[in-house]
Design a protein around this ligand. Structure first.
Ligand code: BDP
Length: 681
């Protein structure tokens, strides 16, 4: 299996009794609704699933006798009034999928098919479901030259040079896969946006994609370059208060909606990492966002404004930047603006405490941006199931209005009644046949859909479901794979960034260890800025004796991290500068604890290999070998991380690698040289 079919494999149901029972139901489909483009894709999906799993082709009709087995698709008013809600029930001999709209029916149908894929009983179903978040999106960082910023699975799947004439079949496979997990929006291009994407030439191409995705209820959004009026509009300025600039954006919005009436909106990275923005003209994020929002409002379009901003202040704390910039603007944005916030305060590190903006913005909605592509998590070679990391942030209590306001509550709009809610994943997809490079990374895409549908889903449930859908295998093997998944992220943390270390990866390419980086185009792109290792200890003091940024959290959350003796070890170096020989709750010194985690992390990769070996012959050979080979690379690189980090930090700690661990056999100079292999600049 080459992985192209993702979790929609529709392979033959192995259990014969079940297959026969399913086949009896799927033999007849009763359609109680009007013709509709979404109905076409629903029926097509049911046909595909039936042919693949059951070896039958359903007969579709408008009425079906109650005495016959069958599946009924019906539009009717169900208890949950949300347009995307659905119910699946068993009424006599019929499996009935009901919804208020065809969109709800689409999700209900996929849910029904997924039950069959998992070989669940369908004899007495009573399922009700609707999404807890409105915008469930992928953000693609794809460029118009076909490259993908931070993409590790090939080139962009959008072939701009072929569009609008040719529709690559992959676009449809993409839409099906997303719809199957409830994703309803996609931003097609990189946040570091080329203005070219909103020229008339490109809008014609975007329209072609929007037409493909529409029946699947996936709305198209675009990242826009704030300086577009200058770059492609021929204006002298992009000042958001300039009347000509405002008129230009209005006209652009009109042009877009003329072509794509259900266009989702704009995503904007402004005044961040060199991108243009309103501050270039002495204006604010509010001025910029509201100007665009005004242009979009007549069309009900959204402006998704990113909070990923930070200035290069060598003595500052980048942790504080987004909060300082946006908190004062709470309530000043127009109602069609949402602020998109990365999960943590820095930048998609292997473990981050939550961004203090969650829970701080009461009158302006904030949304969650997770990164699926493994920029800081080992690219496509390391096996990292990210859902436990997402869950860790989603289940953190912000104490926004007192105890019991998790990040999940905040982004679902429960805490402050946000009118718009959203969760996005920076996509890990590309032109690779299996979409994500690492076969196991498909699970991260899947997890984003499931968490956006319900942020309180657990990483365990999601892993179990994904494994069942993806691998048609025995219960024992499923368990082995699920366990591997659930442990994978912590293992990666241990051999790369134990105890709350962060931002010690290779400069610019962000791969492999480079804790020694002390010079970069900006101080906050070095590793030293973050780990601050010296003879006295290691870690970033963000308490009141340091940068004081912990104050951005509510007092109860602050308390969790503030005291060096009670701060969870996972976050220790995020918030404290600690002496190398300080005794920790584990009974070990800081140094010994770090060493132990690096070494245990590497050992765990060996264990992963042994566990994976157990499923040989139980999962298809191609996937087995692919993962097996990647685990070999992972082990090699885990050792690289361990040796580089231990030998580098040892220069400051001056402490030995204590038994049972053995000092690396390579010298620091030898390990440091390895980085050159990966240097791309
Ligand atoms: C950083 C990436 C950079 C992105 C940036 C962003 O290294 O390529 O452009 O995030 O999110 O992590 O804007």
């Amino acid at each position: 299996d080459d992985g192209y079919r993702l979790w929609l494999k529709y392979d033959k149901v192995k259990n014969e009794t079940k297959r026969k029972a399913y086949a009896a139901r799927l033999a007849n489909i009763e359609v109680k609704l009007e013709q509709d483009p979404t109905l076409v894709v629903i029926l097509e999906e049911l046909k595909m699933a039936s042919q693949g799993m059951l070896g039958i082709t359903p007969k579709v009709s408008k009425t079906l006798a109650a005495t016959l087995y069958g599946v009924t698709l019906e539009i009717s008013t169900i208890a949950d009034k949300k347009p995307e809600a659905y119910e699946i029930k068993t009424i006599n001999k019929h499996s009935v999928i009901q919804a208020n709209t065809t969109q709800g029916l689409l999700y209900g149908t996929f849910a029904f098919i997924q039950l069959l894929q998992q070989e669940e009983s369908i004899t007495s179903l009573d399922i009700k479901s609707s999404p807890k978040i409105q915008l469930r999106m992928l953000n693609h960082w794809d460029n118009n030259n076909g490259t993908i910023e931070r993409g590790y699975a090939g080139m962009s799947m959008w072939k701009w040079y072929e569009l609008p004439e040719r529709i690559d079949p992959r676009y449809i496979a993409y839409a099906r896969s997303n719809a199957s997990i409830g994703i309803n929006g996609t931003v097609l291009n990189n946040v570091n946006a080329s203005a070219r994407f909103i020229t008339s030439e490109y809008l014609g191409k975007v329209k072609a994609l929007a037409d493909v995705y529409r029946p699947y209820h996936i709305k198209v959004y675009m990242s826009v370059n704030f300086a577009s009026p200058k770059i492609i509009g021929g204006l002298k300025t992009a000042d958001p208060l300039d009347p000509e600039v405002r008129a230009w954006w209005k006209q652009k919005a009109d042009e877009i909606y003329e072509l794509i009436p259900d266009f989702g909106g704009f995503l904007v990275k402004a005044n961040s990492e060199g991108e243009p923005g309103p501050m270039d003209y002495g204006r604010t994020h509010v001025d910029g966002a509201n100007m665009l929002a005004e242009a979009m409002a007549p069309h009900h379009g959204l402006v998704i404004w990113r909070a990923f901003v930070y200035n290069a202040d060598p003595n500052g704390d980048r942790f504080a930047a987004a909060y300082n910039e946006f908190k004062p603007f709470d309530g000043k944005f127009m109602s069609n603006v949402i602020i998109q916030v990365k999960n943590g305060p820095i930048d998609f590190q292997v473990r981050e405490p939550i961004s203090p903006l969650f829970g701080a913005m009461q009158k302006t909605p904030v949304s969650m941006e997770f990164q699926l592509t493994q920029e800081y998590l080992g690219w496509a070679t390391h096996w990292v199931y990210e859902a436990p990391m997402f869950e860790e942030n989603l289940q953190t209590d912000t104490y926004a209005t007192g105890k019991g306001n998790t990040v999940a509550d905040v982004i679902m709009g429960k805490t402050f009644n946000y009118p718009i809610t959203s969760m996005v994943g920076v996509a890990n997809t590309g032109s690779d046949r299996n979409w994500t490079g690492h076969p196991m990374a498909q699970a991260n895409w899947f997890a984003l859909g499931k968490l956006a549908w319900n942020p309180n889903n657990t990483s365990k449930q999601i892993a179990e479901e994904w494994v069942k859908l993806t691998f048609n295998t025995d219960a024992e093997s499923q368990k082995t794979i699920v366990n591997l998944m659930l442990n994978s992220r912590e293992i990666y943390v241990n051999y790369t960034n134990p105890l709350g270390l962060h931002h010690v990866m290779g400069e610019s390419h962000h791969f492999g260890p480079e804790p020694w980086v002390s010079k970069a185009p900006r101080p906050d792109w070095t590793a030293l800025y973050y780990h601050k290792a010296d003879a006295s200890g290691i870690g970033f003091d963000r308490t009141n004796t340091g940068s004081k940024t912990l104050q951005q959290y509510q007092p109860e959350l602050r308390k969790l991290y503030e005291n060096v003796d009670t701060c969870p070890l996972e976050y220790l170096l995020w918030f404290h500068h600690v002496a190398w020989d300080k005794k920790l709750s584990s009974g070990r010194t800081v140094w010994d604890e770090m060493v132990s985690r690096y070494y245990e992390g590497v050992k765990s990769v060996e264990k992963m290999q042994a566990e994976w070996a157990k499923v040989k012959g139980k999962v298809d050979e191609e996937t087995f070998e692919n993962v097996e080979a990647r685990l070999k690379t992972q082990l090699k690189e885990a050792l690289w991380w361990r040796d580089a980090s231990v030998l580098y930090f040892q220069k400051f700690s001056q402490m030995p690698v204590a038994a049972p661990y053995q000092k690396p056999t390579r010298t620091f100079e030898e390990v440091k040289k390895l980085v050159d292999v990966y240097h791309v600049h």
